[in-house]
Design a protein around this ligand. Structure first.
Ligand SMILES: O=C(O)CCC(=O)C(=O)O
Length: 284
């Protein structure tokens, strides 16, 4: 079963467990967010670390794209927030949202509470965590050769409750899939995520059972955001807002020493451009 979203009509898509608005962010808000993004210095993370080495059959690798987290930082080498078991020492207190995002989120939380069933929205749920993904091509600093890495493989977002996603730049082809990877005809729903769009998904089907992935990002408009991302050409930016209960967000200096050691290089890199991370390191 595959349901295609009709981009030409620019319609709002409402289904049980899914909401999509193709032109949600206003032009003025978009401009403010893009200006604010220029103040960030996204980082490249490695998937594993000294105290969390790759499991058998896996290997150390760099993530496919630079990232920035708001609210709390889920460092890849801390293994990401993964309830019910993986909840401790994974979400390190991060920077707050800028005012423009705070305002948009109030509306998004309101839409979510109206649109989704009560049992799909946990008590105390709010979108206090955000992963900003930068999609595009890495550029080899020596040869200048570009490598398009603008995609994400099948995965689930394990944070509890609805997830909201806002996109800017070139369109992304997004799929919800059921069952094992590479299974044919396992597409539950596929849609283009437009510039300034809002997608919210939740519930047993879209959130708990289905995996989601970004198959590709277009390059039709030749978009290139002017950001502080070294050796990378960004043509799409995606914000995924999630919920982490505040008791699972930990200050850097409260992490076990081994984990502090693993993420100190990232903290130091972030601290070069962020008072928040400078202060967090100073408390060590
Ligand atoms: O870029 C997107 O549209 C999806 C990002 C995503 O799947 C994630 O952040 O978990």
């Amino acid at each position: 079963m595959s349901i295609r979203h009709n981009k030409a009509k620019k319609e709002i898509l409402r289904k049980d467990g899914l909401f999509y608005h193709p032109t949600f962010v206003k032009k003025s808000e978009r401009a403010e967010i893009i200006e604010w993004l220029k103040t960030l210095h996204p980082i490249w993370e490695m998937r594993f670390s000294e105290h969390n080495p790759p499991p058998e059959g896996d290997e150390q690798r760099q993530l496919k794209r630079p990232v920035y987290w708001l609210g709390n930082w889920q460092f890849a080498c801390l293994n990401y927030y993964h309830p019910p078991k993986g909840i401790h020492n994974r979400c390190v207190k991060g920077e707050d949202y800028p005012p423009v995002l705070k305002k948009i989120l109030k509306t998004v939380e309101g839409i979510t509470k109206t649109h989704f069933k009560k049992n799909e929205v946990p008590k105390d749920w709010n979108l206090n965590t955000c992963l900003i993904n930068f999609y595009g091509s890495s550029i080899d600093p020596v040869t200048g050769k570009k490598n398009d890495t603008a995609r994400v493989g099948d995965h689930k977002d394990f944070e509890l409750g609805p997830v909201a996603s806002i996109s800017f730049g070139e369109r992304a082809f997004f799929q919800f899939v059921l069952g094992k990877k590479d299974l044919k005809n396992n597409i539950l729903l596929e849609q283009w995520l437009d510039d300034s769009s809002l997608q919210i998904f939740a519930g047993e089907l879209y959130k708990d059972r289905a995996f989601h992935r970004v198959q590709r990002v277009e390059n039709k408009l030749k978009t290139s955001f002017d950001l502080n991302v070294e050796n990378f050409e960004t043509r799409r930016i995606n914000f995924t807002f999630r919920y982490v209960p505040k008791e699972h967000i930990i200050e850097f200096n409260k992490l076990p020493e081994t984990l502090q050691a693993d993420i100190t290089p990232y903290m130091e890199e972030l601290a070069q451009n962020s008072d928040h991370y400078r202060l967090a390191l100073a408390k060590k």
